[in-house]
Design a binder for this molecule. Structure first.
Ligand code: FPP
Length: 231
């Protein structure tokens, strides 16, 4: 029997996990793991277009991450700010369009300003779309959609209505969701959009993730059988 392969995934979403463990294994502070994690983000963004990836969603900060120690939150916000500055400079050359999924409150105003500027100034680029899940929680996203529909006076809603009111309604559902560091759960990430996603779990810690690891995930996805409830 001949085997058919899936075309490359257009939208890949990644739960970037293991920064803390990467640092602990080297007796370094957790902040060093996050800094190295930001380098892995760069590598993946650079490698994605050649692999046929059009949309990349990265779980950069969850609504639950606010419960981390203040110092670690500050490190993550600093890194994020630096990263936004970097993309502001490099997006044109990389033809990178930036979208953000998440709630604005309680992100600091200087981050919100940078996000707004970046989203606006990259809106017309048509290479890779990088969707940063920032202050993101999927239950909150679905609840937000339902509340928007209630506010419109709807008393009967369809799955299509909910999809149309997610943070980024134009974003196709991810064909593939990757989680690094050996953990195997969704952690409030894309619960609605993951209905038919393939999952790829790797023990590689996020700071060690690179083009080779991304290629492995893409190839494995291409060999998966997707049936969408059919046979
Ligand atoms: C999980 O590792 C990672 C995060 C909570 C944040 C992800 C952030 C980055 C990859 C760096 C910056 C990103 C951008 C887009 C600038 P963990 O701290 O939970 O690791 P652990 O489970 O080993 O403790």
């Amino acid at each position: 029997m001949s085997q058919t392969f899936n075309p490359p995934a257009q939208h890949i979403a990644i739960i970037m996990d293991g920064n803390g463990r990467w640092a602990a294994a080297r007796n370094l502070p957790r902040s060093a793991g996050h800094k190295e994690g930001a380098k892995a983000v760069r590598r993946v963004i650079e490698a994605a277009p050649a692999l046929g990836i059009k949309f990349l969603t990265l779980y950069a900060f969850s609504t639950e991450n606010w419960s981390r120690p203040k110092e670690e939150i500050n490190t993550l916000m600093d890194l994020l700010e630096k990263t936004l500055d970097e993309y502001q400079k490099s997006a044109q050359k990389q033809n990178l369009r930036i979208w953000v999924s998440g709630e604005r409150e309680p992100l600091p105003p200087q981050i919100l300003e940078k996000i707004d500027r970046l989203v606006q100034s990259t809106a017309h680029y048509d290479g890779l779309t990088l969707n940063l899940a920032l202050n993101y929680g999927s239950q909150q996203e679905i609840t937000h959609a339902v509340n928007a529909l209630i506010a419109q006076g709807k008393n009967h809603i369809t799955p299509q209505d909910i999809s149309a009111h997610l943070f980024q309604p134009q974003l196709p559902a991810p064909e593939l969701i990757i989680r690094t560091s050996g953990e195997q759960r969704l952690s409030n990430f894309l619960l609605w959009q993951a209905a038919y996603s393939e999952f790829y779990f790797t023990p590689v810690l996020w700071p060690d993730f690179n083009e080779e690891e991304l290629k492995k995930a893409v190839l494995e996805y291409q060999h998966r059988q997707r049936r969408f409830g059919g046979i």
